[in-house]
Design a protein around this ligand. Structure first.
Ligand SMILES: *[C@@H]1O[C@H](CO)[C@@H](O)[C@H](O)[C@H]1NC(C)=O
Ligand SMILES: *[C@@H]1O[C@H](CO)[C@@H](O)[C@H](O)[C@H]1NC(C)=O
Ligand SMILES: *[C@@H]1O[C@H](CO)[C@@H](O)[C@H](O)[C@H]1NC(C)=O
Length: 603
């Protein structure tokens, strides 16, 4: 602590004394230091180093600085400060700290005071070793005697002179055919074709196309890693990580080109690329039953249309009655028509009007026109309305025969909650993803209904489609891609209200020198709409692939001519049967009643 204070004092005094010469390597360092976000820690050998030209210079350039004199303190400080500066006599001294270099996403500036010809070779070996063994790419080497700043280019296997702060990213723009370990597994937008002996032959899908584009742009050779069964993976109960997350966490792969939800995977050793697309987590249930053919016409239009039909019929009769009453009270002269009707009672007239209204309403010819002008106009307007209603009914009837109708599906999460179905999940991660942390009562109840089940031989969606009785959880895109046949053949129904929406990105170990360049290309592809094109193409292909399965196609009935059969007109015959039965009953009753009356009538 005392040394640190002493050094800060020294810095304040020395700052004015140091004569900064604007040589090239200082300009380079200036631009580099300006780019560094976060603090810089200066690790000095002794307090004399405080007077060093370069140290003075760095103290002027960087505002947030810690100075420490003991080089062993690195591990504890590594967390506080992002970037580190060391100064050494020569390469031999530098080699001693190799093990204490921390591979965070901060930069190291290693300065060498003097160097000989053989030191150049040693420096090269050191740089290559640090890169290969520790994967540490962010080290600037400053040769004070030569006034040069160097970076190691692992792809060309040599040290390059740094021109400006962009040199670092320029190195990672062209990987010169370097082999990167790329991880792709069977996911929504990617699939892997292997030779059966743990070797990936080829990869397909939107993610794979993107991976190939990145590989071409960055000029690297993709070595596809054989996927394990865990796919996405996550943190296990014992603190280890499985699947893709585990591989990135342990640094076993360089880039994972499979879409991960951007969320907390409980490790700081992985990082996400720029978001590539979005997806939702949705629930699905078994599709509701089809409405049987026999009662289909009743469901042709909504209940309210039927109600409206009845109501207008009754109202029409009422209006006509009022008109008649007004006409009679005011004593308006009727329209003379040839037949001089016999006078009938008021009740008889009212009954006549009621029957006539319904006759017009169902578009049957009315026997006699009403005797007043006003009533005739009313009847004409009623005719028009009935034509419109009739057209609506007829067209709806035609439609329901062509397109099968289903009973009402579960369309909201509230309805799902009310239906009382449990929710089966196959990934434990869904438990934290779906309903967790919401205030809503419905969400809380749904959260309690989730059950983790092992997906055995039969997939969950297969079970839902066959037996039903529970809801499943999946990504919305899955229902549009690999599982589209269940949706198209109306076996399962996706609840349109989806509880979660995620951005999806690729995963890299942290730190990774490739992140920025991968992001640059990914963002360009996203902004240019290319990713949208690829994902859209995948969806279209999935829709189209149903054509290869005649058994599904047969179930679909779409795009074919619907031939109406006798079974489609069942309801008409049922109605006729009921009518006949009723009339037969009435007829019998009349015969019986007539006979009784004749028996009892006085002779
Ligand atoms: C700065 O460096 C230049 C050469 O690059 C040299 O000519 C000049 O004398 C130096 N100035 C000081 C103050 O050291
Ligand atoms: C390196 O320079 C220091 C002074 O800066 C000197 O004491 C030391 O002898 C030099 N070492 C070599 C190997 O030249
Ligand atoms: C890509 O890498 C190869 C080495 O594998 C190299 O010869 C070629 O020039 C590089 N291409 C580009 C465009 O830099």
């Amino acid at each position: 602590m005392a040394t640190t204070l002493q050094l800060i004092m020294l810095a304040l005094v020395g700052g004015t004394l140091g004569q900064a010469n604007n040589t090239d390597h200082k300009q380079v360092l200036t631009s580099i230091v300006k780019q560094l976000e976060g603090g810089l820690e200066l690790h000095l050998r002794t307090s004399e180093d405080g007077g060093n030209d370069l140290v003075q210079f760095l103290m002027q350039e960087k505002s947030s600085i810690i100075i420490s004199a003991k080089q062993e303190e690195v591990p504890s400080r590594a967390k506080i400060m992002r970037h580190h500066f060391f100064i050494f006599d020569g390469v031999h001294q530098m080699q001693e700290i190799r093990t204490s270099l921390f591979n965070t996403d901060g930069f190291y500036i290693l300065a060498l005071e003097n160097n000989t010809i053989e030191d150049d070779v040693l420096l090269m070996e050191f740089a290559a070793d640090v890169w290969l063994q520790h994967g540490h790419s962010r080290i600037y080497y400053v040769q004070l005697s030569k006034k040069s700043v160097l970076l190691f280019n692992p792809f060309l296997q040599r040290l390059v002179v740094v021109q400006d702060s962009k040199t670092y990213s320029r190195i990672y723009k062209d990987l010169e055919g370097y082999h990167l370990r790329i991880y792709i597994f069977d996911s929504v937008y990617s699939s892997v074709i292997g030779d059966g002996e743990n070797k990936v032959l080829s990869v397909t899908g939107a993610d794979a196309k993107l991976a190939k584009t990145v590989a071409r742009q960055l000029n690297f050779t993709a070595d596809f890693v054989w996927p394990d069964d865990e796919f996405f993976g996550g943190r296990l109960a014992n603190g280890e990580y499985s699947g893709g997350v585990g591989r990135a966490h342990r640094g076993e792969v360089d880039i994972i080109f499979a879409g991960f939800f951007i969320k907390d995977y409980l490790t700081t050793h992985i990082q996400f690329s720029a978001a590539v697309y979005m997806d939702e987590l949705c629930l699905y249930v078994k599709k509701a039953q089809r409405i049987p053919q026999s009662i289909l016409p009743l469901f042709a239009v909504h209940m309210d249309v039927w109600l409206c039909f009845l109501l207008v019929g009754l109202l029409g009769a009422l209006v006509w009655l009022i008109l008649r009453a007004v006409n009679l009270i005011l004593g308006i002269e009727g329209v003379p028509d040839g037949s001089r009707a016999t006078r009938i009672s008021y009740f008889g007239a009212a009954r006549r009007i009621f029957v006539d209204t319904w006759v017009i309403w169902v578009r049957v010819n009315v026997g006699r026109f009403p005797p007043f002008h006003s009533e005739r106009i009313f009847v004409a307007s009623l005719c028009l309305v009935s034509v419109i209603f009739g057209a609506l009914l007829e067209s709806s009837l035609a439609t329901v025969y062509i397109r099968p109708l289903y009973y009402r599906d579960v369309n909201t999460l509230r309805e799902l909650d009310e239906s009382g179905q449990p929710i089966y999940i196959k990934h434990p991660a869904f438990k934290d993803d779906l309903f967790y942390g919401h205030n809503s009562e419905v969400y809380r109840r749904l959260d309690a209904k989730m059950m983790l089940v092992a997906e055995g031989e039969e997939r969950l969606i297969e079970m839902v489609s066959k037996r039903g009785g529970f809801a499943g959880v999946t990504r919305s895109a899955s229902l549009q891609l690999s599982d589209i046949r269940y949706v198209m053949t109306k076996k399962v129904h996706k609840i349109p209200e989806c509880p979660k929406n995620y951005h999806i990105a690729y995963v890299l170990p942290r730190p990774s020198p490739y992140l920025e360049e991968v992001n640059r290309i990914v963002l360009r592809l996203v902004a240019g709409g290319i990713v949208g094109l690829w994902t859209g193409e995948a969806k279209e292909r999935a829709k189209w692939s149903i054509q290869r399965f005649p058994e599904y196609l047969a179930e679909l009935d779409v795009g074919r001519w619907k031939v109406l059969t006798l079974s489609d007109v069942q309801l008409a015959f049922y109605a006729l049967t009921i009518g006949c039965l009723l009339s037969a009953i009435v007829c019998m009753a009349e015969i019986l009643l007539g006979r009784q009356r004749r028996l009892h009538s006085p002779k």
